[in-house]
Design a protein around this ligand. Structure first.
Ligand code: SAM
Ligand code: SF4
Length: 386
């Protein structure tokens, strides 16, 4: 990972594409299905305007990472992606080693555009594979088969030096044996990075209703823990150790952009429902934009931006955020930075208790959560922040 200076200078740009072909029943991301054609040129012009307005507020930044997320950004034409990247380069400096990641759905149609995205400037792709067996993919409401996903991974491999894919585990009826063999197959197809998420039941999704009605059973706590431990062990054995609670990479191949979030660095959020953390006159601002795509579009056309919330964070809020995000990382946090932000050190008694319980360690000036602590991360954060 990069050194302290490079960490300080990192600046990311997140761009949200809010459309999907269908809505997956577990997903509560800001994604919308439209049956009429989407006017990509109009959206590209609005992205350019919002980038210009944001860059006027925070000029002179050097962009070290760009992330095109969604929704399904791989529904965009390569020229739309190219025009967004050109706008970013027009209004900010772009680092010569910039990481440009894009989320893609692993359908054969999306995969046909991978080489076009590469030519447009994308240099890393993250595929939403989710599962490698057809029955699970069907119950997750996905539009691709396992074969199609593996074919898309092969196309990603031919188009990009860097690619990753996502799997969701702790699915209904998944045993540790089933997950172990699926994970081994995934690792054999992975290059340098995998994101492995435990299925969460999000309020307002169809899965939430089914779960509440007892029609969708997720693993109980003990089994979830076993599945988590299997994930850590199998990935570590195969050279993809965890670097964040749900992310695994060969050392040096971590997603630069996501590290910006977890390390509490600065990033701009562009597009409908995008979040940002930007520094103006030494004050950190938490921004978010209008979520509804067409309303965002009209706001940007009328005012130059879609920001609906812009809050300055006080030092305590900054410190809490640093803790909440930083402890997700295996590298942990710098207690001195926490103290500088919050104006107070951690309670030594609480730190001592958590160390004795084996949930955290303090080593080389960093405070970090252990493998035993990660499954109870929320409680560890709450305890330290109290
Ligand atoms: C914005 S989505 C990814 C991009 C793309 N739309 C796709 O689905 O292929 C980011 C990732 O979050 C994960 N995810 C979304 N909802 C989840 C849930 N309820 N539980 C666990 N993981 C989830 C999925 O692995 C998904 O790939
Ligand atoms: S998981 Fe991905 S494809 Fe499915 S609805 Fe969410 S953003 Fe869209």
């Amino acid at each position: 990972m990069s050194n302290a200076n490079a960490q300080q200078d990192a600046f990311g740009v997140y761009v949200h594409w809010p459309f999907c072909l269908s809505k997956c029943p577990y997903c509560d991301f800001n994604s919308h299905v439209r049956h009429q054609q989407i006017d990509e040129e109009r959206f590209a012009r609005a992205f350019a305007r919002e980038i210009e307005t944001t860059a006027a507020r925070i000029p002179n930044r050097t962009v070290t990472s760009i992330f095109l997320g969604g929704g399904t950004p791989s529904l965009m034409k390569p020229q739309t992606v190219g025009s967004i990247l050109d706008s970013i380069a027009k209004y900010w400096n772009v680092d010569s080693a910039v990481e440009v990641s894009m989320e893609a759905n692993p359908t054969s149609v999306d995969a046909t555009r991978f080489h076009g995205y590469r030519a447009a400037g994308v240099n890393r792709v993250s595929l939403g594979v989710q599962a490698l067996d057809d029955a699970s993919l069907k119950s997750l409401g996905r539009l691709h088969s396992a074969r199609e996903a593996l074919d898309a991974v092969a196309i990603a491999r031919s188009a990009f030096d860097r690619y990753s894919f996502d799997l969701i585990y702790a699915r209904p009826d998944q045993t540790p044996e089933m997950w172990t063999s699926e994970l081994k197959l995934a690792i054999s197809e992975a290059a340098e990075h995998l994101s492995l998420y435990q299925l969460t039941i999000e309020e307002g999704t169809p899965f939430f209703g089914l779960h509440a009605a007892g029609k969708l059973k997720t693993p109980e706590e003990g089994l979830s823990r076993i599945l988590y431990d299997v994930t850590q062990e199998v990935c570590a054995q195969h050279g993809l150790p965890t670097y964040e609670i749900s992310n695994h990479a060969r050392p040096g191949a971590e997603c630069k952009h996501n590290l910006v979030y977890w390390r509490g660095q600065e990033y701009a959020g562009i597009g409908p429902g995008a979040h940002g953390r930007i520094d103006i006159d030494g004050i950190r601002h938490a921004t978010s934009t209008e979520k509804r795509p067409e309303t965002w579009l009209m706001r940007v056309e009328a005012t130059g931006h879609g920001v609906t919330l812009d809050e300055s964070l006080n030092s305590e809020e900054r410190a809490d955020e640093y803790l909440l995000m930083g402890l997700r990382l295996v590298e942990g946090i710098d207690p001195a930075r926490y103290e500088a932000l919050s104006g107070r050190p951690f309670d030594p008694k609480r730190v001592e208790n958590l160390c004795e319980e084996g949930a955290i360690v303090i080593e080389n000036g960093r405070l970090r959560v252990t493998q035993e602590g990660f499954p109870v991360l929320d409680a560890v954060v709450a305890d330290l922040a109290a």
